[in-house]
Design a protein around this ligand. Structure first.
Ligand SMILES: *Cc1c(COP(=O)(O)O)cnc(C)c1O
Length: 359
């Protein structure tokens, strides 16, 4: 039996996508073998990868001034590649909103950049998205995490009038809403939150910007290598690209695009946050209301002794992945695209029942 999966990542994938993967496991696309057994140079695989890139650009409404890259090494390798390419020996600004932006900042230090924290919500335990900025004079870029997976906060709108192009880690919200990328030159997202299996990192980059990068880097650390070889300089994570491609088709054809998925996501988040807010303090949201993420709903129980029974009973009722990130504890329900309203309603009913028994 399939469970309701609220994992922070790797996370739920759409059931129709998984069914399709299962159906094609022994014979993909008439090749007589699975996608995993095909050469990445096979014409069917190359066509699939190209179609996946085109579908993604179409979903996001982006034109030929953007390029889709299939990278590996997770979001974490992007923390290093970005400063290595674009800020060696130079200033770059970081907006510090929690674990992942802090890690990105630290990686920039290691990579020979001069990162500067231009805004931070650390003073209030990363419970909100900052609105005051103290940019450096001429940063190479401004970097932020658009959705903070651990703290359950999200930038409702992106920074305006920054002194440099924007770069963002969008791992835990990628494709959950339409994006205005006017001020951006690069965004990246680990696939395992909202797109597909772990092992694939989607990078969207403006080739014009990639060309400003440092020369002489090892090939796989240089964005130009991926652009020039269409992400096939070496063997890419073919299976993960294929599943991501099916997810893009699902978003396009079954859901009807990012405007629709945003509405569905907003309705799920609204229902759950309301249940938390109307629990009389038995459940407490941990992020400030104006900064709440529709993707990762973080909350605590009135008494931490109830955490264990809450998780155990939820599991018995068919719900998994509700524990908070190990660095903060508490609870987190990740409501990624593939988590539907039925899952959220089941959780809300369970929470009310649990409160009745234990409150
Ligand atoms: C999960 C996550 C990461 C970590 O990604 P890896 O692929 O494990 O390197 C980084 N940033 C954000 C926002 C995340 O949600």
């Amino acid at each position: 039996m399939r469970v309701f999966n609220f994992n922070g990542g790797p996370a739920a994938l759409p059931t129709p996508v998984l069914e399709r993967v299962a159906a094609e496991t022994l014979d993909w696309n008439g090749t007589g073998m699975s996608i995993m057994e095909n050469s990445h140079r096979a014409k069917e695989v190359v066509a699939m990868a190209e179609e996946t890139q085109a579908d993604l650009l179409e979903l996001l409404g982006l034109g030929a001034d953007w390029k889709v890259l299939f990278c590996q090494g997770g979001a974490s390798l992007q923390f290093a590649m970005i400063p290595l390419n674009f800020a060696q020996g130079a200033e770059c600004d970081y907006l510090d909103t929690g674990l992942w932006s802090t890690k990105a900042y630290q990686e920039a230090q290691i990579c020979g950049a001069k990162p500067h924290i231009a805004a931070s919500s650390k003073g209030d335990d990363f419970t909100y998205i900052p609105s005051e900025f103290n940019y450096s004079k001429a940063p190479k870029y401004v970097y932020f995490t658009s959705n903070n997976t651990v703290r359950g906060t999200q930038w409702p709108t992106f920074p305006k009038k920054a002194p440099a192009p924007l770069i963002s880690d969008m791992s835990s919200e990628f494709l959950s809403r339409p994006l205005d990328l006017t001020d951006f030159v690069l965004i990246h997202a680990g696939a395992q939150k909202n797109v597909g299996p772990a092992g694939l990192t989607i990078v969207l980059i403006k080739p014009e910007w990639a060309n400003t990068g440092a020369k002489g880097l090892p090939h796989l650390l240089d964005y130009r290598t991926y652009i020039e070889h269409d992400s096939m300089f070496n063997t890419p994570p073919v299976f993960a690209i294929y599943v991501a491609g099916l997810v893009f088709k699902w978003l396009k054809n079954d859901i009807g695009g990012l405007g629709n998925i945003q509405k569905l996501n907003a309705a799920k988040a609204k229902a759950l946050y309301e249940a938390i807010d109307q629990s009389g303090g038995f459940y407490q949201g941990t992020a400030r209301k104006d900064s709440r993420s529709p993707m990762n709903v973080t909350f605590r129980l009135v008494n931490a002794d109830l955490d264990k029974p809450f998780l155990e009973e939820a599991k018995k009722a068919g719900m998994v992945g509700l524990n908070g990130h190990r660095s903060v504890g508490g609870m987190r329900a990740s409501l990624y695209n593939a988590v539907d309203m039925a899952a959220v309603k089941t959780l809300i009913d369970f929470m009310a029942e649990f409160q009745k028994k234990r409150g």
